[in-house]
Design a protein around this ligand. Structure first.
Ligand code: AMP
Length: 883
């Protein structure tokens, strides 16, 4: 037997010399309850019978003694040797692990041992609430029979190789204060080199700003639910919870905390916003720069204070720039009809940065030369109303005949009540037999003017003033068209024109992400609920959904997302639309709600436009609107374009498909992406979103040499007018792009759509002037359309087709038969209708009209328009138009 002991002793020494106490560096989520290798003195374990397990000290690599237990009674049968550890306090753990390292001699390697030699041993435990002197063998619960297995370390011992095994077993559902472990040998040759008992815990962690305490794992493999607590300066948005699994890992975080107003998240903590920044609500993701005309002086600000002279209404979002009261309304025009008066005026030159300007009209009846004035009283009627007028027009009726009146017209907005008093207003002085515009500004001064000058002189003065103002205005527009200035705009510098904001091109930024950050609000993805797909954009799907605002109000939004697998350039191009859109704020420009860039998918959130794109909306409602409604839509688009051109933004892709319509039929300009023609990239000259420049919508100079300006946008606007009046007809029908370019160059212009008022077609033709300086500016277009709306009778005269009936269409058109013509205009499905109605030659169709087509059974308005439009263009332009 002696050789066995010596050998085993050597093994243990060698083992430990190899790796020994370095075994004791354990994963952070394990808490050691007992480690035989860390005991330098007697382990104090109980071994019986005495000739069984023996405690042996061996040296580790630092020559420090360590305790091992060995037994090797292989020569004798009926072995039953027990080794019991000291009492191990449970320490709250329900599930503990036992890791043992041991060597086990294989019986074949021991010469002359009898068949009773074993190659296994048993491991037991016994739970108790305190230390015990004695435990009966039968009281132990077996953990497992342990055998040497594949997971071992080779240890060279002279000419032999021994194997150091590591085995781990677990005990579940412990409930008493502590327990003992026991090892039973039944005739093997074992050296128990180390025993380590540990339990696992999920270590303290912070997730979504909630702190989760160190947590001991559960009894069996069940998860332990742990409630988190919000870190300092954060608030609970949704009760934070997480689960600690049996392996000491955290699972399934639920709920979250968010930094309170004035604080933002940094490195798992909440830090105050620096001066100049603010955070209004816990749900805002980060501190934002103070909006224009406001500042914050201290750290942790929840809002920025307005500069003096600027205000924020109670309902204004904190992210909105501070604004000032509007200037006075301008250029009043009054018309008297016996005892009624209609007054129209121009909106204030300076809206104060707000879109909610409205008007109040105050009426005074005056005696003599407007000297003693008193309020008009309740007898007078105001249409639509006296206060809170949205449109700059009022009709006042039931006035007394031959009486002097003064009407003070105030412009107000959401912050007027916070601003200085008296407010800016204009006065209109009238006598119910005649009306003169008297003065702008202070009412007393206005009166003094009125008193000293006769009505005729005042009118003269007014005309002179208007002339001077309009000359200035023209000069101003001309200045914007100056080539050098245009070049400056093209280089996207911040060219600040008096009284206007200038659009900043995202390419001005070295880092495009900064542009997004500066112009678009980052929205927390959890505030967005996607509901359904409504369209397909260039970069991915467009969905409708809901956005929860900081005020807890939900609004409908459109959500454009960037499809997976994008390149960095695609991401920048996609987000450039938000950087551009975020700079605009106008009722006829699609409003950006914000972006999601901090998680995937990247999204752009805009206001939701219930009726989708204008072209498909019109096709769907073919012929259903009064012409004044169509003009109203066109007015909105022109107003949005005026705003863009005032900001020096050139759209380049203005078309009905890029206009969106909401449930109130308000049209808004959209589609501001950057992936369109780039002026400084000749290679990109012929590409745009859809691949090519939209030829049918684009001005000739933009097609020819990429001269894109607000004047080329005006050309496109003329095409949009044509699309609207024709209910979504395709401009130039089926002509090829090349033919369109050629026809335009030769002077061809689209004929008036069916039932098109002459004035509207004239405006279209003005927009299609070859020389771009001859085209109307958007401001002028708005004014023209406003006048038409005020005077609907001006829309009554429709373009007639009689002037077209003089050309020989067969030669010009290049088709000679009815069949060829129907084929050319893709209407062969009506061949039989034509034949049945007696139309067999091409000449015969020249005089077709709507009622004839109805009789023939061709009743669809769009189809009728297509056929009649084709006939008209045949009459006028013949061979230039290959329908
Ligand atoms: P876009 O990528 O902007 O061309 O959008 C593709 C399509 O999605 C459009 O033609 C619309 O039908 C729809 N769409 C885009 N934005 C909106 C919105 N704000 N509201 C409603 N529909 C939209």
């Amino acid at each position: 037997m002696a050789f066995l002991w010596i050998s085993l002793g050597s093994i243990a020494t060698l083992c430990c010399a190899h790796s020994s106490r370095s075994w004791r560096s354990h994963p952070a989520n394990e808490v050691t309850m007992l480690d035989s290798m860390s005991a330098f003195g007697d382990l104090g374990w109980v071994a019986y019978p005495p000739e069984g397990w023996e405690e042996i000290s061996i040296m580790d690599e630092r020559n420090t003694p360590m305790r091992t237990y060995q037994v090797c009674n292989v020569m004798e049968a009926n072995q039953n040797n027990w080794l019991r550890t000291s009492w191990i306090p449970r320490d709250g753990a329900q599930r503990v692990y036992i890791e043992i390292k041991f060597t086990l001699r294989d019986c074949n390697s021991l010469p002359g041992v009898p068949g009773t030699c074993k190659e296994t041993f048993n491991m037991y435990y016994y739970e108790s609430n305190g230390k015990l002197w004695f435990i009966k063998e039968s009281q132990y619960r077996k953990i497992d029979t342990i055998a040497a297995d594949e997971s071992f370390t080779h240890v060279d011992v002279g000419d032999r190789v021994m194997k150091l095994n590591t085995e781990v077993r677990g005990i579940n559902n412990l409930s008493k204060k502590g327990f003992y472990l026991a090892f039973q040998d039944v005739g093997a040759c074992i050296a128990l080199v180390s025993v380590r008992v540990f339990y696992k815990r999920c270590p303290l962690t912070i997730r979504s700003l909630a702190q989760f305490q160190d947590t001991v794992t559960g009894g069996d493999s069940a998860l332990v639910e742990v409630q988190g607590s919000c870190v300092n300066n954060s608030v609970e948005l949704d009760s934070p919870k997480m689960y600690c699994n049996a392996d000491g890992g955290w699972l399934v975080p639920i709920g979250r905390c968010a930094c309170m107003a004035g604080y933002e998240e940094k490195d798992d903590s909440c830090q105050p916003c620096p001066p100049g920044f603010y955070k209004a609500a816990a749900s805002d993701p980060s501190c934002s720069k103070c909006p224009p005309h406001s500042s914050s002086q201290r750290e942790g600000s929840t809002e920025c204070r307005c500069e003096s002279g600027f205000y924020r209404a109670a309902r204004d979002p904190k992210a909105m720039a501070c604004t000032k009261p509007p200037s006075a309304p301008e250029n009043p025009i009054s018309t008297i009809n016996e005892t009624s008066i209609t007054i129209d005026w121009r909106s204030p030159r300076d809206g104060g940065g707000r879109g909610d300007v409205f008007y109040n009209v105050h009426c005074h009846r005056c005696l003599g030369e407007w000297r003693e004035c008193s309020p008009c009283g309740g007898r007078v009627r105001y249409i639509p109303r006296q206060l809170g007028l949205i449109h700059p027009r009022i009709l006042v009726t039931d006035l007394l005949p031959h009486t002097n009146y003064t009407f003070d017209i105030e412009a107000l907005s959401g912050i007027s009540e916070l601003g200085p008093i008296p407010r800016q207003f204009i006065s209109v002085k009238v006598t119910t037999s005649q009306a003169d515009i008297v003065a702008i500004g202070d009412p007393d001064q206005a009166t003094m003017l009125a008193v000293s000058v006769s009505g005729g002189i005042i009118i003269l003065l007014f005309l002179v003033v208007c002339f001077v103002v309009s000359r200035r205005h023209c000069g101003y527009i001309k200045a914007k068209q100056d080539p050098d200035e245009e070049k400056m705009h093209f280089q996207h510098r911040r060219v600040k024109l008096p009284g206007s904001r200038t659009y900043i091109h995202p390419h001005t930024y070295e880092d495009p992400n900064q542009a997004v950050h500066d112009f678009a609000k980052e929205i927390d993805a959890s505030c967005i609920r996607i509901e359904r797909v409504i369209g397909a954009g260039e970069f991915g799907e467009v969905c409708s959904g809901r956005l929860m605002l900081a005020s807890n109000k939900e609004i409908c939004v459109a959500i454009k997302s960037l499809k997976a697998g994008y390149s960095e350039k695609q991401r920048c191009d996609f987000l450039s639309e938000a950087s551009i859109m975020g700079q605009f704020e106008h009722p006829n420009i699609i409003r950006l709600e914000g972006v999601v860039t901090t998680c995937k998918p990247v999204m752009i959130i805009t206001e939701f436009m219930e009726n989708g794109s204008l072209d498909s909306f019109l096709k769907k409602h073919d012929g259903q609107f009064a012409v004044i409604q169509l003009v109203g839509m066109l007015r909105g688009i022109a107003s949005g374009m005026k705003y863009l051109s005032d900001m020096n933004y050139v759209h380049r892709d203005l078309a009905a498909r890029n206009i969106l319509v909401n449930s109130s039929l308000v049209c808004k300009v959209s589609d501001f992406g950057l992936s369109r023609v780039l002026e400084d990239d000749p290679e990109a000259a012929y590409t745009t979103r859809g691949g090519k420049i939209p030829i049918r919508w684009t001005a000739p100079e933009a097609i020819a040499y990429l001269k894109f300006t607000s004047a080329s946008d005006a050309w496109s606007y003329g095409i949009v007018m044509w699309e609207v009046i024709s209910y979504g007809e395709r401009p130039y029908w089926e002509m090829s792009n090349q033919d369109v370019i050629k026809a335009i160059d030769e002077g061809y212009r689209l004929p008036p759509p069916m039932d098109c008022p002459v004035v509207l077609h004239q405006l279209m033709l003005d927009c299609w002037q070859k020389s771009r300086s001859d085209r109307p500016k958007f401001g002028q277009i708005v004014t023209i359309l406003d006048k038409l709306i005020r005077c609907p009778s001006s829309l009554e005269q429709l373009s007639n087709s009689s002037s077209w009936q003089d050309s020989s269409m067969q030669e010009a058109f290049g088709v000679t038969t009815l069949e060829e013509w129907l084929k050319a205009i893709k209407m062969t499905q009506y061949q039989d209708n034509f034949t049945a109605a007696g139309y067999v030659t091409l000449d015969a169709v020249m005089h077709l009209n709507n009622s004839e087509l109805n009789k023939m059974g061709i009743t669809q308005v769009s189809q009728q328009k297509k056929i009649l439009g084709s006939i008209q263009s045949l009459h006028v332009h013949g061979s230039q138009v290959h329908v």
